[in-house]
Design a binder for this molecule. Structure first.
Ligand code: ADP
Ligand code: MG
Length: 723
């Protein structure tokens, strides 16, 4: 292949970081504390701080001051334009650039950026998905400044993180519900923390994501229309060598890849994204990047930014980044682990076991309530990670199954079960002392790397939970909004129960333990310590009554459940209208993805694969004819046997491919005629999707039969092993 030669002849390119010391350029392109101190008046700086930390409003006059300082700073970084940067439900980021420059008549101009431009902008929102909200209410949306995430400069543009809302106030993006969920969990968790420590006035969520991705050479990418259009290879025989040897995981990072990593990390660091870890992943050409954890809202922005930067920098290195959950059949797909915890303003990680009984009761409170929240809302959590891409990955022996469960390790399992058995009836003083000792004895670090269960979708890893089922291309805001909402709901109901017992005269510590005990017992079924990839677990989970929802449209059904709508409404995270809209958008997006995949499969089969197979078949036919001419019919019998066998075999596959493509088109037509979003998504899932696999099967057989020289698509081994 020509493309392949180009790749191999390419020398790695390096773009050096501004300094060997990261601390010297970390955050250089962020309007952070230091920059604000330098460019804002004391008054304006204080206003931003209050807004960031306590959600206070910034008045118009101060907004003008902030804008002016921000513009000065951005200009000093070379910015000429500004944009409101937001995260519409398409899962990418969006921006509309405006220049600071403004003509003022007489051929003169100034650079202008005031408070109103900072606070609000009206992008033309008509093409962002809104699930009908905009049709029902209002035709336009606007973006509004989110001061809790600092502005930054990319290239020549000042980017202002914003939320995106309709004129009637409905959230049209990922960020607004996330901010509301953060507030809900703050309120609920702070109230509980107050029992233990009056100094706790704020609880923040922390998120450390781990981003997996594949790299592919640009030339190969452009030679694969399926990768270009859908992000995954819809055809291709699985190569003899895949990831069996695990040589990639332990191997060193290739030079060309390292050059790419260094450059995108440098850009990320300048934007204040604390990327720290990089390594190869299990599949060939698969890699991972992880930062140090941060406050949730910021971490979400940083992940979206990083995905964006990675794609841009990859182009400079003649790579393309594949963020799809399952670009290649036969090897591992990509996920995005979401490490999550809660932290207080007093610097305590609420999911970290501590040294004293009192602190550990607090730890157990948050630990057990999180497990209970997962138990009660497993289906909502499942829905939060549902996507067409992730459907290929969940339960495919490489990623957690679609069954939600929680792994907490042997030690804590024993401890919880022991507690549950111990706290029964009235407690004698002796038993209370004993219990206190037990609780006090929880070792602060319980798990090391070897002890981790990598097959669990939701695992406790010593001082945080790791939600492993999130898809690699997902916006973390989706699952994080759900997780924090269900934990907030659980903490609220927990607090209510404890307060009720206290009102009846139970001492608070005892009341807490009593309610915790009930939760430990009632949520026991969600705890699973075994192999999440095994078939036994599927059976066992069914016995326990845990859901195993395998596809996206059905996973999303939970958004129509009354109690779910109610919970999100009560906590002020999503109004019933917003929930309905989101449900519809996700169904729609699922349908669109499958529709595109199905079209690409049809086109490639008809225009690339079948014609090439036929042309090769013709060569064989000519060969048979020629042999007969030269050798005579009798002698040629033996000499042409192989060719004739091949011709027949190919005919079989060619006609099957064509028949299947036609059937698929019919199935698609039927699905397209359905009005209801759910019906349509289900039709695509059940009736159209199976054809993708069937067609691929026969096309991949043809790939094995046709002369390699003639095959029109780069093969899987080239996609996987070229770098
Ligand atoms: P690994 O899972 O790769 O073995 P670690 O457990 O050290 O590595 O950390 C994984 C991720 O968890 C990192 O991104 C780290 O920043 C994040 N993390 C660590 N502590 C917390 C916390 N309290 N809250 C959220 N994320 C955390
Ligand atoms: Mg991890």
């Amino acid at each position: 292949m020509k493309a392949l030669e180009d790749v191999l002849n390419r020398a790695p390119r390096f773009t050096e970081a501004p300094s060997h010391k990261i601390s010297e350029f970390f955050g250089a392109n962020v309007f952070n504390e230091d920059a604000m101190r330098m460019f804002l008046t004391e008054e304006a700086w204080y206003a931003v701080r209050q807004a960031t930390q306590h959600g206070e409003r910034i008045d118009r006059k101060l907004a003008d001051q902030v804008a002016s300082g921000m513009k000065e700073w951005a200009s000093s970084k070379g910015a000429t334009h500004y944009t409101h940067w937001f995260q519409p439900l398409t899962g990418l980021s969006a921006e509309k650039h405006d220049a600071f420059f403004e003509p003022i008549g007489g051929g003169r101009s100034i650079e202008r950026f005031d408070g109103s431009m900072l606070v609000q902008q009206e992008p033309d929102a008509s093409s962002f998905p809104s699930g009908g909200i905009r049709n029902t209410f209002e035709a336009r949306g606007y973006s509004a400044w989110d001061p809790t995430s600092p502005a930054f400069v990319i290239g020549r543009t000042l980017c202002i993180p914003t939320i995106f809302i309709s004129y009637t106030g409905e959230a049209l993006d990922y960020k607004m519900p996330l901010l509301r969920a953060i507030r809900a969990v703050d309120e609920a968790a702070t109230a509980v923390c107050q029992w233990f420590d009056k100094d706790v006035t704020k609880v923040t969520c922390t998120l450390g994501w781990e981003q997996e991705y594949f790299l592919i050479d640009k030339a190969l990418y452009y030679a694969r229309p399926d990768l270009m259009m859908t992000g995954r290879a819809l055809f291709g025989h699985i190569p003899a060598k895949g990831q069996q040897l695990e040589d990639h995981y332990f191997g060193s990072i290739p030079d060309r890849v390292r050059a790419f990593m260094r450059e995108f990390e440098t850009e990320a660091l300048m934007l204040g994204i604390p990327v720290k870890t990089r390594h190869n992943e299990v599949a060939p050409n698969q890699f991972e990047c992880a930062p140090v954890f941060e406050e949730l809202n910021l971490a979400v922005d940083h992940n979206v930014l990083l995905m964006d930067i990675m794609e841009k920098v990859a182009q400079r290195h003649d790579f393309r980044v594949l963020l799809h959950e399952k670009p290649y059949a036969g090897v591992n797909g990509s996920g995005k682990h979401n490490n999550w915890s809660l932290a207080t303003n007093t610097g305590v990680n609420l999911l970290k076991p501590a040294k004293t009984p009192k602190e550990n009761i607090r730890f157990l409170t948050f630990f057990v309530n999180t497990i209970a929240a997962i138990h009660k809302n497993a289906d909502v959590l499942r829905a939060s990670i549902a996507s067409a891409g992730n459907d290929h990955r969940l339960g495919a022996n490489e990623a957690p199954p679609a069954i939600i469960s929680a792994f907490i390790g042997e030690y804590l399992s024993g401890l919880l079960d022991g507690l549950a058995a111990n706290i029964k009836g009235a407690m004698t003083p002796d038993r209370k002392t004993e219990l206190k000792l037990d609780i006090g004895r929880i070792p602060p670090v319980m798990l090391d790397n070897t002890d981790r269960n990598r097959t669990s979708p939701f695992a406790f890893t010593g001082n945080k939970f790791e939600f492993r089922a999130v898809g690699s291309s997902a916006n973390c805001a989706g699952p994080m909004t759900v997780l924090n909402t269900i934990v907030a709901a659980q903490l609220r109901s927990f607090a209510k129960e404890v307060e009720a017992l206290v009102r009846k005269g139970t001492k608070r510590d005892e009341a807490i333990l009593r309610v915790l005990r009930d939760l430990i017992v009632s949520s026991k079924d969600i705890r699973f310590e075994g192999n999440g990839y095994g078939d036994e677990w599927v059976k066992e989970a069914e016995k326990r009554g845990l859901s195993n929802i395998k596809d996206t449209p059905r996973a999303l059904d939970v958004w129509s459940r009354k109690e779910v709508i109610q919970m999100f409404h009560e906590l002020g995270v999503l109004s019933p209208v917003e929930t309905e809209a989101r449900h519809e958008i996700e169904l729609h997006s699922y349908t669109l993805k499958l529709q595109i995949e199905s079209r690409v499969v049809g086109d490639l089969a008809q225009n690339h694969i079948v014609p090439v197979a036929i042309s090769y078949q013709n060569r064989l036919i000519e060969n048979v004819r020629g042999l007969r001419e030269v050798l005579g019919a009798d002698k040629a019998k033996k000499a042409t046997a192989t060719q004739i066998g091949l011709i027949e075999e190919m005919s079989e596959h060619i006609s099957t491919v064509m028949a299947l493509v036609n059937e698929m088109i019919e199935a698609r037509k039927k699905a397209n005629n359905l009005e209801n979003a759910r019906d349509k998504a289900i039709a695509y899932c059940d009736k159209v999707k199976p054809y993708l696999e069937k067609i691929r099967y026969h096309a991949d057989k043809l790939e094995l039969l046709v002369d390699d020289e003639q095959w029109p698509l780069p093969k899987m081994r080239e996609l996987l092993f070229t770098r």
